[in-house]
Write a protein that binds this ligand. Structure first.
Ligand SMILES: Cc1ncc(COP(=O)(O)O)c(C=O)c1O
Length: 403
């Protein structure tokens, strides 16, 4: 069985698409990103996450540098997702108060005065684990309640982590996309506020705030880097994360950057959409069981689709072994490279990159991407060991081995 499948997206880099995507870029300008970061920094325990340069690994595979932003350190929550949830809840509360988020701090939002004005708000969301944990954390920190629903097959440990944040949490019998529809219905029936990391017609504002929330990590990256990356590999579930990163970097740097999307085989809605070559995306359904739980989504976020179809060069989907290889590479560094604890969704792009750089079967892909000794390749480890048992099975016991 082949480990990667890929499709070149060049057919989408049309003038018409660039104009359309261009209109969305205004949500991700440096000014806009400053506003988001300013709010995040009002949280007293806010810390910048590290950026690692894996020079020995880069030299092994034949590029100039491999750079990894390590989001496993974000807010002690082991994943980047909270950046979106807390910003969206903050914006929502500020709006309800008729105030501008720019004038408000985390402390002010959790004050008694705010509670008196707004009463008990209940936030609801669907999650594979990380987003819901972020929403639960943000709701608790700000003194509100959260109800979090997870797709069938979700890890008990991830459910437990959400409950530990004081939220009601439940694993449903549905896949991710159907669970999203279910929570949306529950929100309507009960007057709860849905904080979902994907968009649909009539539900655009909160998902956009979530995407904007992610940009704090990208602003940190450009401040931590001396030189622009030549390539950025981004993992995609619904694509909100990748869309936000691409939208900001595309505007920030003047030179061209090659963006590559990475998904699991079983949830490859971007890959299938690019393959179809149509204006509209296609969706994939079914159970979507994969160790890359954060990426197990079959329906793209429509805003992210507009951005990603225009600005990504290649879309890759990979099997479980590739993600597992990425986890082992980052967990067992070479020479003086630093160790990175990366979970399944966090490590998949590194696994893909290693495979395409070292397996002759993918020479055409490597050439298409022009990956060579002048390439500075950026990755974002979006999660740490959010499923510790699976992490150990893979990294210690060799589960999903490639030989
Ligand atoms: C660890 C991790 N990485 C990446 C993603 C992908 O984000 P998106 O669904 O916005 O594409 C997720 C989504 O939950 C995730 O949990």
């Amino acid at each position: 069985m082949c480990k990667l499948m890929w499709v070149n997206n060049e057919q989408y880099q049309l003038q018409k698409n660039v104009e359309q995507a261009g209109s969305f870029l205004s949500h991700f300008t440096l000014d806009q990103v400053h506003r988001v970061t300013k709010f995040h920094h009002t949280y007293e325990k806010f810390n910048i996450t590290p950026l690692r340069s894996l020079k020995a690994f880069a030299s092994l595979v034949g590029v100039e540098n491999v750079i990894v932003k390590d989001e496993s350190f974000r807010f002690d929550l082991n994943a980047f997702k909270v950046l979106g949830g807390v910003y969206a809840i903050g914006r929502y509360v500020a709006d309800q108060l008729g105030r501008d988020i720019d004038e408000l701090s985390f402390e002010q939002l959790k004050s008694e005065e705010v509670k008196e004005q707004l009463g008990d708000l209940i936030f609801i969301s669907t999650t594979d684990g990380n987003h819901g944990r972020g929403v639960a954390w943000a709701a608790r920190e700000l003194g509100f309640q959260a109800r979090i629903y997870m797709p069938a097959g979700s890890a008990e440990e991830r459910l437990q982590n959400i409950e530990n944040e004081g939220a009601y949490a439940e694993i449903t019998t549905m896949n991710y996309d159907d669970t999203v529809r279910y929570t949306s219905q529950l929100a309507k029936e009960n007057g709860w506020i849905i904080v979902q990391d994907t968009m649909w017609e009539g539900y655009e504002e909160i998902p956009l705030w979530i995407m904007q929330g992610y940009t704090t990590l990208v602003k940190e990256i450009v401040e931590q880097l001396d030189e622009a990356p030549t390539h950025v590999f981004l993992q995609a579930g619904v694509g909100s994360f990748a869309g936000a990163v691409v939208a900001f970097l595309q505007q920030y740097y003047e030179q061209e950057i090659t963006f590559v999307l990475v998904e699991p085989y079983v949830a490859n809605c971007y890959y299938e959409s690019f393959k179809a070559g149509t204006e509209q995306f296609v969706t994939v359904g079914g159970e979507m069981q994969t160790i890359m739980a954060g990426l197990a989504c079959g329906e793209p976020n429509p805003l992210a689709w507009e951005l990603l179809k225009t600005y990504t060069k290649v879309s890759i989907c990979c099997d479980e072994e590739v993600a597992a290889t990425g986890m082992r590479i980052l967990g067992h560094p070479l020479a003086t490279d630093q160790r990175i604890i990366a979970g399944e969704s966090g490590a998949a792009p590194v696994g893909c990159f290693y495979e395409l750089m070292t397996n002759r079967q993918y020479t055409e892909l490597k050439d298409t991407l022009q990956l060579d000794e002048n390439s500075r390749v950026l990755f974002i480890n979006t999660e740490g060991d959010t499923d510790v048992e699976n992490y150990r099975n893979i990294v210690w016991h060799g589960k999903y081995a490639t030989i």
